[in-house]
Design a protein around this ligand. Structure first.
Ligand SMILES: Cc1ncc(COP(=O)(O)O)c(C=O)c1O
Length: 391
């Protein structure tokens, strides 16, 4: 290659996300594998999806349901999503124009942000924040405005939100139940949010992928329960989370018709459509086994309780998670080392892998917090706790 060629290629390689490397989830999972560590990093269960659902997948794979699905999702699945939304949140959806099946929540988040965030728009998000929001906002030409959630309860400071709103605020991203803290929004939060967005053009993006994992008798406060919020909301969920099938990457987005038609303009070019036999299987299973997702909070609460009880004799401090399948642990009684290097050292030296919470934060902080995924079999949780109790 001549020098001229290589310099022109260099300019073509100018990164759109120069500060972004491989995500911590990949880095820590690889390190865990190299070190043979117990892996409580990524949010993926180590137990299988329900047998009834797998049976339906096998059936549809062999029944020749293997060609492109409609762009917005199979009608039968959209219908089931509408039925579930009405039953759980009292919101009536038109499955044709207000529901779209997506390639996981990740694609839905990206498509929402691409559809609505214009150059110079500001989007409020709360740190610690799931890692896809910020890059998607920047790729759309917008600016993420990061507001802190404060440990141990990680509640939203609504006065802070009010103060952060400017004429350029296009959207607020709300993630409840919240990854990584497990915090859930309360009815009082929804009232504050309603008062703040009333008479504005601000859209709400609800990342509700852990909607079925809410503990201690709490109720999931979906944006969809509140008509004044739902009319300006795009709400996203994930079948990967609900059915222990994160590798399928199937989720969905619901929104009022006008918002949904803008969303679909983007979705059709990002993904076009989602894997057909899985959609058919999910439609069947939602129709026949609604009890499965209704039992998920109890299922994960038991795991949370077990994990926290196993950690009780340790020097880690845990405020039990209110939702999700993540538990935070404060290690400040053990070490003052920053969480990133401490998490790496734990993986290499102690044989336990987790996620340091600072990677979810754009704002600098000095919290000594680690995130553990407890969507694991009892034996995995016991092995993890045995190690953690020795620290
Ligand atoms: C808060 C949050 N949103 C979105 C996603 C992505 O979900 P999916 O795997 O369906 O793309 C995750 C996955 O970990 C998550 O924790």
């Amino acid at each position: 290659m001549t020098p001229n060629h290589s310099s022109s290629l260099n300019s073509a390689l100018r990164s759109k996300l120069p500060d972004v490397g491989t995500t911590i989830f990949t880095v820590m999972s690889q390190l865990a594998a190299e070190c043979g560590a117990v892996n409580l990093t990524q949010g993926c269960p180590d137990f299988p999806p329900p047998t009834g659902l797998l049976d339906r997948v096998a059936h549809h794979l062999y029944a020749s349901n293997n060609q492109y699905a409609p762009m917005s999702g199979l009608p039968a699945l959209r219908e089931q999503i509408a039925i579930k939304t009405l039953a759980l949140y009292g919101r009536q959806l038109d499955p044709d124009s207000e529901v779209t099946v997506t390639s996981g929540a990740t694609e839905a988040l990206f498509s929402v942000i691409e559809a609505f965030v214009h150059t110079g728009d500001e989007v409020l998000c709360f740190d610690p924040a799931y890692d896809t929001y910020d890059p998607a906002i920047r790729l759309a030409g917008g600016q993420a405005v990061h507001l802190p959630l404060v440990a141990p309860h990680f509640g939203i400071d609504w006065n802070g939100v009010r103060a952060a709103i400017t004429p350029r605020t296009r959207m607020i991203i709300l993630n409840s139940p919240h990854n990584p803290s497990g915090a859930v929004l309360s009815p009082a939060d929804m009232t504050s949010l309603e008062a703040i967005v009333r008479d504005t053009g601000i859209l709400l993006l609800g990342d509700e992928v852990y909607e079925h994992m809410v503990f201690d008798g709490r109720r999931h406060e979906s944006l969809l329960r509140y008509p004044a919020l739902a009319e300006r909301s795009l709400v996203i969920s994930s079948f990967g989370k609900t059915y222990h099938a994160t590798g399928w990457k199937i989720g969905y987005c619901v929104a009022p018709k006008a918002l949904m038609s803008e969303f679909r303009r983007i979705h059709q070019f990002v993904q076009f459509c989602v894997v057909t036999p899985m959609q058919r299987a999910l439609a069947d299973f939602l129709a026949s086994d609604a009890d499965h997702y209704l039992g998920l909070s109890a299922f994960y609460q038991e795991k949370r309780d077990r994990f926290c009880a196993l950690l009780a004799p340790s020097r880690l401090r845990c405020t039990p998670s209110a939702g999700t399948y993540f538990q935070l642990a404060d290690y400040s009684a053990i070490s003052d080392e920053p969480d990133l290097s401490y998490a790496r050292r734990l993986t290499r030296e102690a044989g336990i892998a987790c996620i340091p919470v600072s990677v979810f934060c754009a704002l600098p902080g000095n919290a000594r917090l680690l995130r553990f995924c407890f969507a694991k079999d009892s034996s995995t949780l016991e092995r993890a706790a045995e190690i953690l109790c020795r620290l």
